[in-house]
Design a protein around this ligand. Structure first.
Ligand code: Z5A
Length: 213
């Protein structure tokens, strides 16, 4: 068991809900509060994992669901060892755009429609290779079509963004299941409204959770 002292926070949600924007806002507030933090993301976050990210997101990549799952975990294991654990051990906060909940939501529900065998495979990979898990997960909840409309304003769709609406509806269901199963860790944040409003909700939640003045 690895000893850590920093705080580990993940952001989750379906496509285009505003994670990147919200993380930017949180990091500005942490900086103003004098808190040392590392901002990172998945898949990716370390040099090797960023190479796997490029493969995973490339629309030309043709792999089956097991291969995708294992590549995500290979990326995560490297990211954890190279970036997350060293940051937590020196006392920094880690702010991570997506983590294991995305795998459950996208691979477990989006790809496999909640198939118990697939969910069990993912749980087993998490149990064997991933520690620690985030102590706070901010799930930005927005109707799927609104997130897709926000994301759709950008240029070219990656391999995940090319999925149909039904896929993202299953992913959204996956996140709501996770929020029900882990109320002690996952906070649902209403992602409707302006980025200032959403940012305010997030900061209130973080302040309350970690007793920040
Ligand atoms: N994936 C997976 O399948 N399994 C896994 O285990 C992991 C990931 C870890 C890459 O993720 C893909 O990997 C992802 C799941 C899969 N694919 N999908 N879909 P990513 O996080 O890099 O990509 P993303 O989820 O598509 O993120 P995103 O599209 O970049 O969205 P975002 O970061 O949540 O949103 P944003 O960039 O902050 O905002 C989107 C737009 O909305 C932008 O123009 C903003 O200016 C605008 N915006 C933001 N906030 C607001 C508000 N409040 N109002 C109005 N407009 C707003």
């Amino acid at each position: 068991m690895t000893t850590t002292v920093g705080r580990f926070i993940s952001f989750e949600g379906t496509e285009g809900v505003g994670k990147t924007t919200a993380i930017e806002g949180l990091c500005q507030r942490l900086q103003a509060a004098g808190i040392d933090y590392v901002r990172t993301r998945e898949p990716g976050g370390s040099p090797f994992a960023e190479r796997l990210r490029a493969i995973l997101l490339d629309p030309a990549t043709d792999i089956n669901d097991d291969t995708e799952l294992l590549l995500l975990f290979a990326a995560r294991a490297d990211h954890l060892q190279q970036v997350i654990l060293p940051a937590l051990q020196r006392g920094a906060w880690v702010i991570c755009d997506r983590f294991t909940d995305s795998t459950i939501a996208y691979q477990g529900y989006g790809r496999a429609d909640g198939d118990q065998r697939v969910l069990a495979k993912i749980d087993s990979l998490i149990a064997q290779f991933i520690s620690p898990l985030p102590e706070l997960t901010l799930w930005l909840d927005l109707p799927v079509l609104e997130g897709m409309a926000r994301a759709g304003k950008r240029s070219k769709a990656d391999r995940f963004e090319q999925q149909a609406t039904a896929f993202f509806t299953r992913v959204h269901h996956g996140f709501s299941m996770l929020a029900m199963q882990h109320p002690e860790r996952i906070e649902r944040i209403d992602a409707n409204g302006s980025s200032d409003e959403v940012g305010g909700r997030i900061w209130q939640t973080v302040q309350a959770r970690f007793n920040l003045g």
